[in-house]
Design a protein around this ligand. Structure first.
Ligand code: PNS
Length: 162
């Protein structure tokens, strides 16, 4: 079994993430999506909600397993015998930090990182921007899957009613 991991916060999953996961799913037998638990960062969606949205949107690919993880990504990889991390690169601005992480991860455990150039359609896209635009009433329906859009609009309305 050739395995790879697509790690991230996925708060929430966007069409940009899906593009990378779908392409990875064609290159590997199993793609693990690792949803990072960051206790210092309060997300808009809980880890369980993020996992459910990823599972639903990645179901058509047929070989994607979604799990949460805390701690080092290299430990997640070691425990599951995953030799490769697949990351999307949107622009040069992503490169410095991604290169540092890739080199650190390889130095820690030998795990390789493969960079996939993001589709130009999504090169500007991030979960943070989607949340910001949506919170001011902007239309982000073309940037996230329909189920994520529904949940995002609901969540923003819940927060506003507090
Ligand atoms: O979607 P994000 O927030 O850009 O994802 C970043 C993530 C979760 C992939 C990265 O922070 C990560 O791998 N965290 C796990 C902790 C870890 O291994 N840190 C050392 C990286 S060299």
């Amino acid at each position: 079994m050739r395995r790879a991991v697509c790690p991230g916060s996925f708060d929430p999953i966007t069409n940009g993430h899906l593009d990378i996961i779908e392409r990875a799913s064609k290159l590997y037998d199993v793609v693990h999506v690792a949803v990072a638990i960051n206790k210092n960062k309060q997300g808009l969606f809980s880890i369980e909600e993020r996992i459910a949205l990823i599972e639903e949107t990645c179901a058509p690919y047929g070989n994607v397993v979604v799990e949460s993880h805390h701690g080092l990504l290299v430990d997640f990889c070691r425990e599951r015998d995953i030799p490769a991390i697949v990351k999307g690169l949107r622009a040069v601005s992503d490169f410095d930090y991604e290169l540092q992480m890739a080199q650190m991860n390889r130095g820690l455990s030998g795990v390789e990182t493969l960079f996939v150039p993001t589709s130009p359609t999504y090169s500007f896209l991030s979960s943070t921007l989607v949340k910001e635009v949506a919170s001011y009433g902007g239309d982000v329906s073309h940037l996230i899957p329909p189920v994520v859009h529904r949940r995002l609009v609901e969540r923003i309305a819940e927060r506003a009613a507090r």
